[in-house]
Design a binder for this molecule. Structure first.
Ligand code: CTP
Ligand code: MG
Ligand code: K
Length: 185
């Protein structure tokens, strides 16, 4: 049980970190350039910026490299054998799709939130908690299907789906309290 949870968290760290670092370092020019669609609403909104996308992707990948470095010294954490992102430089592809994919999923959902008339920051439960997970999985599966299916077993996937909303809730409340997030979700 604990090994499945630890494996799931380890694999998802490069996908979790981009969202929090985007909130910390984001801001500036929005990706949609302020443009609206025919429905009169923004394409993505001011919550999706180039700086957030870049900083989030870089931070997620850097954390993944730190994890890879840790694995060259020590294969275990709390007695659990940890999975690897693969050999460098190939691992960079997996780390990129996990980190960028997470922000891509978040952006993709912002597009739909704007289409159904939700303003920036409006909560959309479940979707808000899982859009980034699905984005990270989709891009990683497309780019590295073998690595994905070897590491994201059904048990690991289930663990991620259960734990992520809890972690997301806790980190967002913290982000709200320290002032980097406008809303606690
Ligand atoms: N952020 C960013 N660029 C991104 C993603 C996030 O700058 N690509 C920053 C923004 O400051 C954003 C914050 O991280 O407000 C929190 O992200 P999120 O909750 O996803 O954005 P919301 O403001 O809620 O916007 P939306 O309604 O579109 O989800
Ligand atoms: Mg939000
Ligand atoms: K979001």
């Amino acid at each position: 049980m604990i090994d499945i949870v630890l494996t799931a968290m380890w694999l998802m760290l490069p996908a979790y970190i981009p969202n929090s670092t985007a909130a910390v370092f984001g801001g500036g020019k929005p990706i949609d350039g302020g443009r609206k669609l025919g429905d009169g609403r923004r394409i993505l909104g001011d919550g999706k910026t180039y700086r957030g996308l870049l900083a989030g992707t870089i931070c997620g990948m850097l954390l993944g490299l730190l994890q890879t470095y840790y694995l060259t010294i020590n294969d275990f954490l709390f007695g659990v054998e940890l999975p690897s992102f693969g050999e460098l430089p190939g691992a960079l592809v997996v780390l990129f799709t996990l980190a960028f994919g997470s922000l891509f999923g978040d952006m993709f959902m912002s597009f739909f939130k704007r289409r159904i008339g939700f303003k920036r920051g409006a909560p959309l439960p479940v979707i808000d908690q899982l859009d980034f997970v699905l984005g990270a999985w989709l891009l990683t599966y497309l780019a590295s299907p073998v690595w994905f299916s070897e590491n994201f077993t059904y048990q690991v996937i289930l663990a991620v789906l259960i734990i992520t909303p809890l972690l997301h809730f806790v980190t967002n409340v913290i982000g709200y309290l320290i002032g980097v997030k406008k809303e606690p979700w």
